[in-house]
Design a protein around this ligand. Structure first.
Ligand SMILES: [Zn+2]
Length: 477
């Protein structure tokens, strides 16, 4: 193990490909651009899913399911939306060898199908709000694929809500932005910036797009989740009207919000080191791995007895624990493998430890290795996992802070981002053509603007016109 990993500082993309393969997270599928998510990677996704779904339920949402196939004429009704997505459409034109009368699109996202149904579901203000979400796969053609980050089919959730007032819909969009921020920071241990996107970076069909953005360990940005305020755009396109309290017909207000399996890749790139993954305990498939060490059959019997007790007690305390009792591998091989797979804490126990009533506890993040009385090791395990979770967050935050720069001049920004990546923050005039020129010259984009407009108190760093926004720029995945 680990022999195949390039150093992050020398070849980050190569490191990413190798770690995804060696840690057995995913592989390419048969059809171009597709991926197979393997059990170890899928379990991370399931843990992310649970953290999100619990919070969706706690904020009053229910899950439902819409079909993957959407008639072309239905998608075509929202013009901005279809223009934004049509180059990524997968289209079904035949069934059973017969040409279809109407083409069917594999959903790239489901606003079209869902708002088409909402037209029938919503008649009066008493039917509102609708607070729904679906867990599903979506299809968007990708020429260049990278496992988890960019694939033609991926997993996500898409929330779709409808409201009687603009204010209520806006509050919902902001609430879900903060749900995403909480899951990124408290569960994935990834510190994020949050706010608005510029008009150029908005979701096709939205009035505002609210992202969370993180910095990966190669100092490139990753958009981690987005919540959209749709205004009445989809209600107008799909004729979703309701009788309001004043007895007048009005179009409903909408939101949609998504968080995807790319965040498995985001977790890898936020925390991994030259030896492999470092998984936050909150999403790690195994939080603790126990490696028994023995030579003779007698040793094996006595070690195994203690190991079984350790396993039962940890599992009883809600810890996800795995005993690695594979006979075909030596302990040293197992240590390296679990390090590569990012298991937060390893417990080693041999015959001498059994005699001394102790175990050896190794922390994946601090690399600290200490012998502890078995009872103490067990009673302190939940706290030790919390401390791994915390130190990963603090590491990532320290990295982001060291790689966030104030823009002193456009030239320094252009040189700096080329040399070292990172987030660059400075005044912008708010004009789309100026944004496009900056983006073109620096190969960056605006990642995030403050949620509430903030006077930057300086002229635009590029054109010199009055600054209206404090924008954060970066090169991004
Ligand atoms: Zn400007």
């Amino acid at each position: 193990m680990a022999k195949g990993l390039p150093k992050q500082s020398e070849d980050f993309p190569g490191w990413y490909v190798a770690v995804v393969r060696e840690a057995d997270l995913a592989e390419h599928g048969l059809a171009r651009g597709s991926q197979v998510i393997k059990p170890y990677g899928y379990t991370i996704w399931e843990n992310i899913q649970r953290a999100l779904d619990d919070r969706f339920k706690a904020t009053g949402h229910e899950n439902f399911m819409f079909p993957v196939l959407i008639p072309e004429s239905v998608i075509a009704k929202e013009k901005d939306h279809v223009e934004g997505f049509s180059h990524e459409f997968w289209t079904v034109t035949q069934v059973g060898g017969q040409e279809l009368e109407e083409k069917l699109i594999l959903r790239p996202t489901s606003e079209a199908a869902i708002w088409n149904a909402y037209a029938n579901w919503i008649q009066s203000y008493r039917d509102l709000p609708l607070l729904y979400n679906q867990w599903c796969n979506v299809f968007r053609y990708e020429l260049r694929t990278r496992l988890f980050l960019r694939t033609s089919e991926f997993l996500w959730q898409e929330g779709h809500t409808a409201h009687a007032t603009a204010e209520e819909a806006w509050d919902e969009a902001v609430q879900m932005l903060h749900v995403y921020r909480e899951v990124a920071e408290d569960v994935l241990a990834i510190p994020v910036l949050w706010g608005r996107k510029s008009a150029a970076e908005r979701f096709a069909g939205a009035d505002e797009t609210l992202p969370i953005e993180a910095l990966m360990r190669d100092a490139k940005a990753l958009q981690c989740g987005t919540s959209h305020y749709l205004g009445q755009n989809f209600a107008k396109a799909y004729d979703v009207t309701f009788l309001n309290k004043e007895g007048e017909q009005e179009h409903a207000y909408g939101t949609s919000w998504g968080f995807s399996s790319r965040m498995v890749g985001g977790t890898v790139m936020s925390h991994g080191d030259d030896d492999g993954l470092r998984l936050p305990p909150a999403v790690a498939p195994y939080q603790v791995v126990v490696v028994p060490i023995y030579r003779s059959d007698d040793e094996r019997a006595s070690v195994r007895e203690v190991v079984a007790k350790i396993r039962d007690e940890l599992a009883g305390n809600g810890v996800r624990v795995r005993v690695d009792d594979r006979d075909q591998h030596r302990p040293g091989f197992k240590f390296a493998e679990w390090e590569l797979k990012g298991v937060p804490i390893r417990i080693e126990i041999g015959p001498k430890d059994v005699d001394a009533g102790q175990v050896v506890v190794v922390d994946r993040v601090t690399r600290e290795k200490k012998a502890l009385p078995t009872s103490e090791a067990l009673s302190s395990m939940v706290g030790a996992l919390e401390s791994v979770q915390k130190s990963l967050f603090e590491d990532a935050l320290k990295f982001r802070e060291a790689n966030t720069h104030e823009i002193e001049s456009f030239d320094k920004f252009k040189e700096g981002v080329e040399a070292e990546g990172g987030f660059w923050v400075g005044a912008w005039c708010g004009a789309a053509d100026c944004e496009a020129r900056i983006a073109g010259e620096t190969k960056t984009s605006i990642r995030v603007l403050p949620l509430e407009l903030e006077d930057p108190g300086a002229p635009c760093m590029h054109c010199g016109k009055p600054g209206v926004e404090r924008a954060t720029w970066a090169r991004a995945y």
